[in-house]
Write a protein that binds this ligand. Structure first.
Ligand code: ADP
Ligand code: GN1
Ligand code: MG
Length: 368
């Protein structure tokens, strides 16, 4: 990454003396920087992001979504005694020309958010309490968006969680095998093809109207929620680029995918990859406390949501591996294949424990 961040920050409505900036976070898509400023004798951070425009084809419309969502959340928070809208939702700091983002000479779109201090995100869940807090934050986020005015948000990535379409893309990448990698990924390809039967279960129900379409986050990874350093409470849901119409099931499933594993998303030793049922328990408890809007049809499918999105992300990693690592950032050879393997291991683990998960969900759902 060779970007002149000092040049970029000049274009935003930021006061004080710029000190320095460095890459930040572990996201797979955008480029994030934390910059430091001296303001009124105090050192303060700020957050800049370059939107990946190969992934998000229309950054201007994406920013319209972000503004609608963050303003709605800030307005809700401003009516809750003790809540802090500048900390509990993202706040866009506009460019000097008043626009929500700045386009640099190379055609890259940049934005600035208030940096939320004394909080952080985690790649691996530290325990049940953390799972409960993070799940509550995502549940509350969905709840707040249930009455978002102004009609549906723009679709920033078409068919983002459409598992049958993701499966078709995988089939094409196996067929094309442009990097001659299919042979080395034989076991993963077999696993994927054997699971075709699960792919359309939720999309069919959404399309027939049997399941509700809601405004959802669509990337409910554990590392997309900031937790308070002091109290461990969920502070702010971040990474709003994929907030759009979707199913609460994919959001819940992404929490199961990223909260419950005993190892990292890209662990190379599969012997270390397992599912923590104590974390699943806490996540269900936290989520159902806030997601009071769920209908019985959704609750009945919660135990399937984890395997479904984990499989979906697994086939996306596998397809990207076969295509030559063109979508997700990779940091070593076979990185996407390692990620796909972990996802498939987790799918198998979740499938073998689905009855246990169902029992826990029923218990908490009956308490709500
Ligand atoms: P990506 O789309 O690449 O995943 P994110 O928007 O999730 O990018 O940001 C990457 C990381 O930067 C997050 O995991 C989080 O740790 C940190 N981060 C993002 N926004 C903020 C913010 N406003 N304040 C503090 N940290 C942030
Ligand atoms: C990407 O941006 P990040 O790292 O939060 C991806 C998600 C995947 C995730 C897998 C826009 O999320 O869909 O689930 O990686 N985001 C996009 O970890 O494709
Ligand atoms: Mg992220």
């Amino acid at each position: 990454m060779n970007m002149d961040i000092a040049e970029i920050v000049r274009h935003f409505q930021l006061e004080g003396e710029y000190l320095d900036g460095a890459p930040y976070g572990s996201g797979h898509i955008n480029d994030t920087f934390r910059t430091r400023w001296r303001r009124d004798g105090r050192e303060v951070p700020s957050l800049q992001q370059r939107i990946n425009h190969r992934v998000f084809r229309d950054p201007a419309r994406l920013m319209e979504n972000v503004l609608r969502v963050t303003r709605h959340l800030a307005e809700k928070l401003s009516r809750i005694p003790g809540a802090d809208p500048r900390r509990e939702t993202l706040t866009v700091i506009p460019a000097r020309d008043g626009r929500p983002c700045h386009v640099d000479a190379g055609g890259n779109t940049w934005r600035t958010y208030i940096f939320i201090e004394d909080a952080r995100s985690y790649d691996i869940c530290q325990g049940p309490e953390q799972a409960e807090e993070a799940a509550r934050a995502f549940g509350r986020f969905q709840n707040f968006l249930a009455d978002l005015p102004g009609g549906p948000l723009h679709e920033t990535i078409p068919f983002f969680h459409h598992t049958p379409r993701r499966f078709e893309a995988l089939e094409k990448s196996i067929e094309a095998d442009v990097r001659n990698r299919a042979l080395g990924a034989r076991a993963e390809i077999e696993f994927a093809l054997a699971h075709k039967g699960m792919t359309a279960r939720v999309t069919d129900l959404l399309e027939s109207g049997a399941l509700p379409v809601r405004t959802t986050h669509n990337d409910c990874k554990l590392n997309n929620v900031l937790l308070d350093d002091g109290t461990g409470k969920g502070v702010c849901v971040i990474d709003l680029d994929t907030v759009m119409s979707g199913s609460a099931l994919y959001d819940f499933g992404d929490m199961v995918r990223t909260f419950t594993p005993t190892a990292a998303e890209d662990e190379t030793d599969l012997g270390r990859v397992g599912l923590r049922m104590d974390i699943f328990d806490a996540l269900v408890r936290g989520y159902l406390r806030e997601a009071t809007f769920l209908v019985p049809e959704e609750i009945g499918l919660l135990s399937f949501a984890g395997p479904l999105i984990t499989f979906t992300i697994g086939i996306r990693f596998l397809a990207d591996y076969l295509q030559g690592d063109v979508y997700f950032k990779t940091h070593r050879p076979d990185h996407n294949l390692d990620r796909a393997r972990v996802q498939f291991r987790m799918v198998a683990e979740m499938e073998s424990r689905e009855a246990e998960m169902q029992t826990l969900i029923r218990r908490y759902a009956s308490l709500c």
